[in-house]
Write a protein that binds this ligand. Sequence first.
Ligand code: UDX
Length: 437
Amino acid sequence: MKISVIGCGYLGAVHASAMAELGHDVIGIDVDADKIARLAEGKPPFFEPGLPEILTSATASGRLRFSTDIADAAGSQVHFVAVGTPQKQGSHAADLTYVDAAIDSLMPYLSPGDLVAGKSTVPVGTAARLAKLITESGNGASLVWNPEFLREGFAVQDTITPDRLVYGVPAGEAGEHAVRVLNEVYASAIAAETPLVITDYATAELVKVSANAFLATKISFINAMAEIAEVTGADVSQLAEAIGYDPRIGRRFLGAGVGFGGGCLPKDIRAFTARAEELGAGESVAFLKEVDAINLRRRKRVIDLTVAALGGQPFGKKVAVLGLSFKPHSDDVRDSPALDVAVQLRGLGADVVATDPQAIENARSRHPQLTYTESLEDALRDADVVVHVTEWPEYRQLDPVWAASLVRVPSVIDGRNSYDSAAWRAAGWTYKGLGKP
Ligand code: UDX
């Protein structure tokens, strides 16, 4: 099929490449000329495992092209809208400027039978509003809301073999047409009997935000238990293991630590709360404010533990911060707990030296005042305390004996609870986890 993808960020660039990989003829469109130039050369503008390979093969085959000109969307049967919906300045609501601009600019190039497929995470009610605009324009196109559940670090796999498909479609023949077209787009997933939920716009929009709200709540739940563990001497990791054996609960997303970040979970739960309040249903998701507060308290806890490890005197002490991205296998530093911790420790006068396998460039452009090194060894050398905040394999598997030979003071704050505390203590370290005795 001929497909356009409008917005080539973390979501759109992967979606465009994956659609081409599946055999479609794809044009990726973005207003950022640098980004488009890099993508056209087969170079992803961000780190995502597996993306370089499919981007290179798809651009080489001619099935994937890129453009800054929205007019190049003309002739495609499906137009995926994958632009960002960041948090609005000075408010918790989502900023829909880019979605509205994408739809506006696309409108003159739509033809009868075209499908506009919304992928961006939007406040419930947006699809109905956009559908009305498309209908009123009289171009014969229709709108479907087709949320995306990809995880950064696994985005290619999640797009090519999704765990479910959700189509939010209009009523009647337009809806049936939308289902037929999307089934052709996702023919391989449909053939593999991927679960498919066909629903209305509002449900499709809510599926996405409620999935993220649930995941955020699960993480904050275990982090709240970590806070209780801290005042009772209990061990939150063992607690998570024990409750996780209950299949109704499950062990995944019960990793207590410095908390969640990234371009989705934090802003999505805030936008959800803001939207529910607008709808007069704020009480229903008021708990998400607590989920957010617990999450942010965990960052403060890591900072407090670090300052305590430095005897209350962070000024001029060398703090090695291991990790800057919001999670491993990503270079994304949006709302990253790791970067936040590094910046706040630096604000307290500590001599912060931060390292990360992929995210240094992004972190530096936001916070040039920090000292960065690509070398784990340089970060550790003569450190007065080591703060582990992003679970990259190379940090998780750090040898405590080797690390002890480099630092000035063998003191570690394990912000991801991923070290074997007994092994670290045996190697001479003072070990502090979150919610651990
Ligand atoms: C998330 C959703 O998982 C995905 O379905 C949606 O499409 C976009 O938002 P992503 O932002 O890539 O994906 O990250 P995810 O893997 O969900 O992790 C989010 C954050 O939670 C990370 O900062 C991670 O470190 C943290 N986390 C995750 C924990 O603190 N503990 C856990 O047990 C799991």
